[in-house]
Design a protein around this ligand. Sequence first.
Ligand code: NAD
Length: 418
Amino acid sequence: MSDEANPFESLGKQIEEASAYLDLGDDVLTRLKHPERVLETNLSVAMDDGSIELFRAYRSQFNGDRGPYKGGIRYHPGVTRDEVKALSGWMVYKCAIVDIPYGGGKGGIVIDPSEYSESELERVTRAFATELRPIIGEDRDIPAPDVNTGQREMNWIKDTYETLENTTAPGVITGKAIDSGGSAGRVEATGRSVMLAAREVFEYLEEDISEATVAVQGYGNAGSVAAKLIDDLGADVVAVSDSSGAVYNPDGFDARAVKSFKTETGSVTGYEKATEELTNDELLTLDVDLLVPAALENAIDGELAEDVRADVIVEAANGPLTPEADDVLTDAGVHVVPDILANAGGVTVSYFEWVQNRQRFAWTEERVNEELERVIVDAFDALTTSYEKTDAPNLRTAAYVVAIERVANAYEQGGTWP
Ligand code: NAD
């Protein structure tokens, strides 16, 4: 997360902006802006050389009015309490816009995992799982992977929890390997929802996506899968990038071939079918029909937004536009499908994983993809209905209006007790 904006303050601003279109009491608004609780702990972990190191760790349980808290665990030296609180809040509204029965949570450990051995990371992860054990559970709080964590860490957390609880409870965590109870279709789920969001917004705008030119910033899991599936719709993926730079060809790339090249060489730069190499800022300001930022937060700030020439942006990354960029793009009439909907495929298929774990019955990949399509299309319809009904300035605010209303309704229907 960049230093420029305190993410927790940005979350508060987004909620306030959207709440202007809803009739909420001050007590409800305050609740919607603050986490219910935050665990802050220090993990004492033995290193391979016998020394003990301390790691600060957090788990924020933001809101559980619609179901168990849900959200990833991040390993990064820049993790802060405010970042974890904000990310947990965004999870609440992400789960609400796609209408899956979860609240929001997020966790993090202040650590640079590249500096530790696998056995040290396992002990750090198991120490955190031990701290989390009293507050997580299939019906309480269900963590998942986030930055620098994946199937390996999820499998360790599941094993620690099940060992300490003397039970089997694969639904305590999602994003597991298939053999440990993971779901088919999970790896491609985020890119798939980005493709579905792009398809839906083009249809809404009465534009033909098969005629569109597309630029994708960030060619990792989310970006490369989105590019491949958008390519399958007939669009031309003309530019892609990663942290080492961007490649461009006005006639379009074969998105799968670029991915194979990146897997072989470690980067998209140097790809032989590129007619030009660009900087990431040049990619973000290309004259394309669709721009997919799929790298990091705050990729486009207010200044760069002035030069953006894409007609439509579908946010694969979390928070790729600063609030200032959002204002500039709204004024310029650029349609931005917000992250909480566009990249919600990941959490949606995590939900399917949990459902399968609870039922002890695995779905086919075809069923996962069909159910995901239904969820994203329904969410997009709710978003555009809200956009037209409320006169919200942009699709992001309209999405928050839908999501906040759902959370506030659940809270108000439950009443206050004691
Ligand atoms: P990843 O690590 O697989 O890929 C990230 C890509 O971005 C890499 O290709 C990297 O080289 C590139 N990158 C990094 N810095 C860059 C820069 N400055 N300019 C251009 N490219 C840069 O990560 P991912 O899982 O694809 O996640 C990408 C984004 O999508 C993140 O914001 C993440 O929070 C969000 N997201 C991912 C998922 C998921 O299920 N993978 C779900 C929801 C949201």
